[in-house]
Design a protein around this ligand. Structure first.
Ligand code: HEM
Ligand code: HEM
Length: 499
């Protein structure tokens, strides 16, 4: 029935909300569509709305509130459990759509829009963890940056840049998801719930039972609120340069020399894509050292180093390296080496926390790129991850702390395929592993999005014929044929649009 044929008369007594509901909801559907399998889209929307509501509160109240205040920790936990529900329900929704061939023409774009949402949701979760502000955020940001660099997107996406992650997570991606969802749903509402691909299964059209739909939504919402009350989102204290310097000043000194010599992990990073194309000598040594001069240093070691001959500079760097790794530094007591002087200025600054602030100030945005890269170059991120039983190939992504994989709340199990790809292709020991991993996963995503358009492959679910598991026993009808307000089947899949 289209708008012109709509017999309803809208008069002064018409309730605007009822009109909206009539326009928005799907009212007539095949009898099997009152089953929970076809409530999954609505339940995904319910979790998305909880995510948006809790996310807005978190963004509004800020970092200290969500890590320290009990209500903040609870809201963060609600957000995390809503993520768990959202992803789990989406996976179920995808399985139902796939095995009932609900993606066939004319609903191919319904799938495409849905699949785009799913890919965005996966990306969204990683940026969400990046905002938490604990060790998981640090480790995931560094691993994630490798992934984006490998996927050739490092120029636009830098998970170490907090401002960028915040904008993406609280505004750009959710708004994009909402727009794509509108396209997904308007199409689905227009075409109605798909009917079986098997013509021998008779379908009776019935009125949708929205009460049961809302009852399911309420159970889900209450479930999320209760689980969040008992099982909080974890928080593992982050690693800091000050903390590392207090325990191991020699490590800071050695790393400073490596940055100066341009031999650190960051300086030799393989993918020459932003954000790691900066000069480590400038960023980690020259700039913070010169900043410290404002504090009243008599001599300028950086200027002294710059005025030296190339050979002298090399010799000074060699000596500084020996100094940084020496257990007994008394032999260097009378050294006038400017590199050693700079290291000796920066190490106490690292211990006091000043060095970290200066690194962060080098960027115009709230951006931890330099701090995190320095922590990475010291090897302390990897060391803590190993101590916690986290590794990039698997649980680094899927588990945040040293709890068992089966503890609550669960880690990001939806990223397990990443671990599988890494392990199956032995990518961690491959110098181009990030790039290969990024390309494989990019290809998988494209195939997943375009699935309804791939000939033969898109017929696979029909060949497996698992649809009856979802539809159940056919409803007996008087004629045993299609009933209700349907026209006869004429579409490609025996599934003409309802208009
Ligand atoms: C924010 C995420 C999503 C929301 C809120 C959502 C919502 C919905 C709703 C309300 C329906 C109609 C009723 C139902 O079948 O549940 C639907 C149908 C559908 N969705 Fe989604 N969806 C989402 C994501 C996805 C994803 C990730 C896919 C697949 C990759 C997908 C594929 C489909 C298909 C194929 C149908 C048609 C089913 C049929 O007519 O038999 N959706 N969606
Ligand atoms: C598809 C929707 C969304 C997904 C999948 C998602 C995912 C996540 C995840 C996994 C976290 C980490 C949770 C944790 O700390 O354990 C997170 C955190 C956060 N999210 Fe979202 N989010 C979504 C929408 C939003 C929206 C719409 C906002 C704000 C308008 C938001 C704001 C935040 C904030 C401020 C944090 C940091 C606090 C925290 O650690 O939980 N999120 N998000």
């Amino acid at each position: 029935m289209n708008d012109e044929q709509d017999p309803r008369i809208y008069d002064a007594k018409t309730n605007a909300f009822k009109t909206l509901w009539d326009k928005i909801a799907i009212h007539r559907m095949p009898s099997y569509a009152n089953k929970i399998f076809f409530s999954l889209g609505f339940l995904a929307l319910t979790s998305l709305l909880i995510l948006i509501a809790s996310g807005i509160v978190l963004a509004f109240m800020g970092h200290t509130w969500w890590t320290a205040n009990p209500f903040g920790v609870y809201t963060r936990s609600v957000h995390l459990w809503a993520v768990q529900a959202f992803l789990f329900i989406l996976v179920m929704h995808i399985i139902v759509g796939a095995i009932t061939s609900g993606f066939r023409a004319p609903r191919r774009m319904v799938w495409v829009f849905g699949a785009l949402i799913f890919c965005l949701a996966l990306i969204q979760t990683e940026f969400g963890y990046g905002l938490r502000g604990d060790f998981a955020s640090q480790y995931r940001a560094v691993s994630g940056a490798d992934f984006w660099n490998g996927a050739h997107l490092g120029y636009w996406l830098n998970p170490l840049n907090y401002s960028q992650v915040f904008a993406l997570h609280v505004a750009i991606i959710p708004i994009t998801i909402l727009f794509i969802f509108l396209a997904h749903y308007i199409l689905e509402k227009t075409y109605g719930i798909s009917r079986p691909y098997r013509k021998d299964i008779p379908v009776k059209m019935i009125t949708a039972d929205h009460r049961i739909l809302f009852a399911r939504g309420t159970v889900l919402a209450v479930g999320i609120l209760v689980l969040a009350f008992f099982f909080h989102s974890p928080y593992v204290a982050p690693v800091t340069i000050a903390g590392t310097a207090a325990q191991n000043p020699g490590l800071v000194a050695t790393t400073l020399v490596q940055e100066f010599k341009r031999t650190s992990d960051t300086a030799t990073y393989l993918d020459s894509i932003d954000p790691y194309t900066f000069d480590t000598r400038q960023v980690f040594v020259a700039v913070p050292y010169q900043q410290s001069l404002h504090g009243g240093h008599a001599t300028n070691a950086w200027a002294a180093f710059e005025s030296e001959s190339a050979d002298r500079q090399q010799a000074d760097i060699q000596e500084a390296e020996a100094y940084a790794t020496a257990t007994d530094t008394s032999a260097f007591a009378s050294s006038t080496n400017p590199v050693i002087a700079m290291v000796n200025t920066l190490v106490p600054m690292a211990e006091s926390g000043l060095y970290e602030s200066l690194l962060n100030q080098e960027n115009p945005t709230i951006n931890s790129t330099y701090t995190l890269r320095f922590l990475n170059d010291m090897g302390v991120l990897e060391a803590k991850a190993t101590a916690l039983g986290i590794n990039t190939a698997e649980w680094g992504m899927t588990k945040d702390d040293n709890a068992s994989a089966f503890s609550l709340p669960p880690g990001s199990w939806w990223l397990a395929p990443l671990g599988l790809v890494n392990t199956a292709f032995n990518l961690l020991s491959n110098p181009n592993g990030d790039q290969i991993g990024g390309e494989i996963l990019g290809l998988v995503m494209i195939l997943f999005i375009l699935f309804p358009y791939i000939p033969y492959v898109n017929r696979l679910p029909e060949a497996l014929n698992l649809g009856p598991l979802i539809w159940g026993k056919p409803e007996p009808t008087a004629s045993g044929e299609v009933q209700g307000d349907e026209k006869s089947d004429t579409g490609e899949n025996g599934d003409a649009p309802r208009e």
